[in-house]
Ligand binder design. Structure first.
Ligand SMILES: NC(=O)c1ccc[n+]([C@@H]2O[C@H](COP(=O)([O-])OP(=O)(O)OC[C@H]3O[C@@H](n4cnc5c(N)ncnc54)[C@H](OP(=O)(O)O)[C@@H]3O)[C@@H](O)[C@H]2O)c1
Length: 338
């Protein structure tokens, strides 16, 4: 018997990718319901090769009988709707930032801390981490087991799809506009994004960091180890899909490049592509549509005692959002719900 699954935010960048991922992986669903705002009620979204689903209004949807809700309608909407669904008996896998740091809500990357899923019973909610965190902790996990990480310094190069469908349109329209000499009018982004890079993702915090940077710090601690120190600089770049990260790691214990490469190669969810020749590394354009997190440019950092630098790239809509959420749902159904 299959599950009754609902997708909130089904018309968005993440929601559409969730529908694609569920169909591709043949998730055991008997019934799939697409939900979005009142504005989208009645429009169709594709599900798999042949199916179209009529979108229903999330705010009035009755969750009774729904087994799993995969939710990405934005943090404010999730804050209200996810507990409502959970109360009606659905287990919610929430993609927004709202529940991630709630101590009663597990924050899960299935290849890193699948055992934490068991804690879903406290609120009937499991949180999906931030896209930049997911790809980083997946690469850090085997390295931490090998030599114990003390400190991580990361700079991100984040694609515009991390900001949703309207952010993708803004890059497209600005790029076209610049070619025909139209004035640039930033709307979602704080500055021109076409032919530019912006060192601000999400709002500023009191200490001068941005919320996206804070998320990488606290989420890494919650998922991997509270002892790990993280210093992050998050940057938006004019790329449609795929986040890249330049990561520098300091370890407690000695680590050499060959060992690091070996443990990364053996880590599920990771592909190492690391040849010291032209084109011997992965870029965002090549990882779009792919499931894995790609690690390249693995090299020792001789400026600290036990240091290593790496380049980590992944499709933010897939492993950074939809795929990770569907993997959580798969583990939930196979290990807890049958
Ligand atoms: N993009 C990423 O890489 C990524 C990664 C991880 C997590 N997330 C998180 O996932 C969430 C969605 O991101 P996204 O990129 O998919 O954004 P998006 O493309 O802007 O899509 C937003 C979705 O939310 C729906 N929505 C907006 N207001 C709503 C309301 N009042 N009631 C019901 N549904 C509403 C929209 O429906 P309408 O079409 O009807 O407006 C749309 O389906 C955000 O919280 C984001 O932080 C995104």
């Amino acid at each position: 018997m299959g599950y009754r699954v609902a997708i909130a935010g089904a018309t968005g960048a993440v929601g559409r990718e969730i529908l694609t991922t569920l169909a591709e992986r043949a998730f055991p669903a008997d019934d799939v319901v697409a939900l979005a705002s009142e504005r989208s009620a009645g429009v169709s979204v594709s599900f798999g090769e042949d199916d179209d689903l009529k979108v229903q209004d999330l705010s009035t949807f009755d969750f009774k009988g729904t087994d799993i809700l995969l939710s990405s309608p934005g943090a404010k909407v999730s804050a209200e709707q996810s507990p409502r669904a959970a109360k009606a008996g659905a287990i919610v896998i929430d993609n927004t930032s709202h529940f991630r740091m709630d101590p009663d809500v597990p924050l899960v990357v299935p290849e890193v801390n699948p055992e934490d899923i068991a804690g879903y019973t406290r609120r009937n909610i499991i949180a999906n981490p931030n896209c930049s965190t997911i790809q980083m902790v997946l690469a850090l996990k085997p390295l931490h087991e090998l030599a114990r990480i003390k400190r991580v310094v990361v700079a991100t190069y984040q694609s515009v799809s991390g900001g949703g469908k309207d952010a993708m349109d803004e890059l497209f329209n600005q790029t076209r506009g610049i070619y025909v000499n139209e004035p640039v009018r930033p709307e979602l982004f704080t500055k021109q994004i076409a032919f530019n890079v912006i060192p601000q993702v999400d709002a500023f915090m009191e200490d001068g960091s941005t919320k996206e940077e804070w998320k990488m710090v606290v989420e890494t601690k919650k998922i991997l180890d509270p002892a790990i120190l993280v210093s992050a600089t998050c940057v938006r770049v004019p790329v449609f899909i795929g986040h890249a990260e330049a990561i520098n790691v300091e370890f407690e214990n000695p680590i050499d490049e060959a060992e690091a490469r070996e443990v990364l190669r053996n880590q599920p969810g990771i592909s190492v592509v690391d040849h010291r020749v032209d084109e011997g590394y992965v870029t965002p354009a090549e990882c779009a549509g792919e499931d894995h997190v790609y690690v390249s440019r693995i090299r020792c950092d001789p400026t600290v005692e036990n240091g290593l630098s790496l380049w980590v790239v992944s499709d933010n809509l897939r492993k950074g959002a939809a795929l990770n959420a569907v993997q959580i749902a798969e583990t939930l159904t196979s290990d807890y719900l049958n």
